[in-house]
Every structure is written in C-alpha cells, then in structure tokens.
Ligand binder design. Sequence first.
Ligand SMILES: C[C@H](N)C(=O)N[C@@H](Cc1c[nH]cn1)C(=O)O
Ligand code: ZN
Ligand code: ZN
Length: 477
Amino acid sequence: MAPQLEPFFKQVDDLSGAFIERLRAAVAIPSVSADEERRPDVFKMGAFLASELERLGAEVHQRPLGKQPGKEHLELPPVVIARYGNDPNKRTILVYGHYDVQPALKEDGWATEPFELTVDEKDRMYGRGSTDDKGPVLGWLNVIEAHQKAGVDFPVNLLCCFEGMEEYGSEGLEDFIYAESKKFFKDADAVCISDNYWLGTEKPCLTYGLRGCNYYAITVSGPGQDLHSGVFGGSAHEPMTDLVTIFSKLVDSQGNILIPGLMDLVAPVTEEESKLYPTISYSMDNLHESLGSETSIHATKERTLMARWRYPSLSIHGVEGAFSAPGAKTVIPAKVVGKFSIRTVPNMESEDVTRLVKDFINSEAAKLNSKNKLDVSLMHDGKWWVSSPKHWNFSAANKAVKQVFGVDPDMTREGGSIPITLTFEQATGKNVLLLPMGSSTDAAHSINEKLDKRNYIEGTKLLGAYLHYVAEEPVNA
Ligand SMILES: C[C@H](N)C(=O)N[C@@H](Cc1c[nH]cn1)C(=O)O
Ligand SMILES: [Zn+2]
Ligand SMILES: [Zn+2]
C-alpha cells in the first residue's frame, strides 16, 4: 500500500460520523431540478457545496448559466467549479457530479421522509440524493478533509465541476464545458465521474460506457376544460384515450420497441463483444434483488446485461394532467401530456431517433380519427458514450479498488445516462472514467433511495486511493 494511504484511511474512519452529518445536511435540501417551485433549493444546494469547498480551502466559483431554455422566467442553477491545489508537478484530475435530485414525495410510497437522512439498523442511509448524486459528490469533499486532518499531502490538483440540472438533461452545461476546457479546466489530465452504480452489492466496478437518453412529450388537447364523463363521455373525443392508444403502439410487454426503423440504427453485436458478457460477475438473483421482484423479462444474465447496456429501451414515465389521486373522480381531462424516453446506444443519432419517433406517432395519430390536437416534442436529449478502459486513469482506479475492497473491479457499461460525459471527453480531449460509489440496490430515482454507510465510507477511501494511484501512474500506462 502507498504509505500515505494508511493514515488517510484511518482518518476517513475517524471522520465517518462527520461525513454522515455532511450528507444529512445535503439531503435536507430538496434540490429537485425538475420542479420549478424547488428551484430556490437547487440554488441553496449549490451555495452549500460552494461554502463547504471554501471552508476546505478550495478556490470556488458559482458560475451562472442564464435563463432556462423554454422557461425564461427560471434562472438555471449555477455550476459550482473549484480548484484545490495548484502544483505544476502534480497531475490534475477534473471531477464531475451533480447536486440536483429527482423529485420525491412521501406519498409516493417512501417509508421515511425523503429529505431527512434516515439510517436504519443495517447502516442503510435513506434519503433522496443519497446515492444519486450527493453521496458521491460529498465523497470528494470528504477526501480533501481527511487528507487535511491526517496531515497527508494531497496527491493531485483537483478540479471540480458540480452542476444542478443533470436530472433535467444538463441544460446549459455543454457550452460551459467547451468554454472552460480552455480556461478553468485547461490543466485537466483526466476526468473522473462518480454518478452511477455497481452491478451488484459486493463488487465495485469501473464503467466505460453509458446509454444516451432522448426524452419526449406527447401533448393531446381538445375540450376547452375538464369534462363530466357522465355528461360528455361517448360524445366527445377524449385526449386520454388518444394518448393511451398512442402509448400502446410504442413498446410491447416484452420491452420490444415497435417504432419502425428504430432498431435498424443499433450497431450489431460483434463476436468479441458477446464474449464479454458470460465473464461478468452478475446473476439473475442480483437482478431480482435490485428489482425488488422477479419480474424480469429475460431468462439469462447475458441477455439482461445486453438489454441494459447495448440495446435501446423505451419507457413510459407518466401523464401530466391526468387524474392520479386516490378515489374515483369521474373526470375527462381536457389536456394531457404523456412523457416517455428512449435510452439510446451506438450508433443511434438523436436526430434520426426523433425523426422516426415523430413520423410514427403522427402517422398513428392520423389513424385515430380524432378531432383532438396531438403534438410530439423532444424535451431533451443526451448522447450515449463508450470509451476505452485501456488508460492510466482506469489502471489507477483498478489499483484503488483492489486496495480498498480486495477484489478486481467489474468492467461495466451503464444503462443510465450522464449526458455530459461525452462532452467532457470531447471538450478536454482527455480520458473519462466512471467510478461509482453506490450499489445496485440503492434505488436511485425510485422511492426509498439509499446509500449504504459502507459504500459511502469505503467509497470515500476509494476516491482518495484513486487519486494517490493516479499520481503514481506512468504517463504512457
Ligand atoms: C446515471 C445517473 N446517475 C442518472 O441518474 N442519470 C439520469 C440522467 C437523465 C437523463 N435524462 C434525465 N436525466 C438518467 O439516467 O435518467
Ligand atoms: Zn446522477
Ligand atoms: Zn439520476
């Protein structure tokens, strides 16, 4: 073990209580980027991060991104950028994370208050954002603090880029990163992002691919206002009926996407690629554990991993304007907005996907013989990313996993999306590594999201050890 790691690890253990309190304070700020009313809390969370970083001695800026496109009454939350260390003899690592979270309401089915960190008897820490992505973001701050308190020299210069709109498609960030890649981020030698999850619960992973995400809205409107179904049912075209008919044409119960031409955009599986899947330590039991049920579509782990990583999927998320409360309201909603997304993979280009989606929905809408108005629009898109793990950035992370967890990491792709990953790669020209902290059972985006204390504390050690091994890696590794 590198000699400085031992005192660093011990300090992380000693500070674990303080680190949990830091996470508690962060979870208590409901920084939901998708909810206009929560926008002040997203700003509050950015300010919290900035002040914590300043307290640790970093140079910090909260950089405005201007108005939110399409919602000009809303200011985008700032990007919190920071520099810790400025030693020309050290490598510089740029880390990215996000401080916004998915929406969460107790009545969605949470067992605890979503914005109160609740630690149970098995040291599972429940709270919105605990794993996605406040825990990992705070992990970097914890690493700085533990080095300071242990008196261990910080092994690299650290650049931070923390955004507040990731869960809403990283609005405004792309241009910012391109601009700063020549300025604030110009010294970066490599990029590390901790914002995805292990495949299971025991073995960490290094991730070299992500799916993209194209998010669509179908707006159907007709009646001038909501109607009484007893008075108007059967005599007026109903927006909800049109919408569910269209929804039913998009995807079948086996997950097959029914939009003509869409699967033709997918890169074929090579022989070399198909050899990768059987060796990955993953089982259907792992899947069922994280699903919380046995409602899996595919029979084998290989097919399941391929469905998650290298084939597209189409998910229907919800309907704005529809009756959703308990009880039995007999309303005909006048206007409904159906939301669905397509996770994209190589070689699907966003424009091609959108063209196929719009052509198909418009042609199906024409068959409805309805006088309602239907409009389909792309809300946001983010591209897929696949890179090569043959780089010193990955070798350093590999050594760190072995050191902290005593195992070789799984090499994975991720079914989720971090739209800005590709931008970092292209704008900086540097290698990007995804180094997750949370496990497969963390329920990110779902009710009862959690981060296990072990993942948070050992994950903090992992991030720190990674920086030490980065400092040791030869240039051409
Ligand atoms: C993997 C990451 N933690 C995440 O949750 N990303 C989101 C990104 C997104 C895309 N559209 C909206 N948000 C995701 O994969 O859903
Ligand atoms: Zn995330
Ligand atoms: Zn997320």
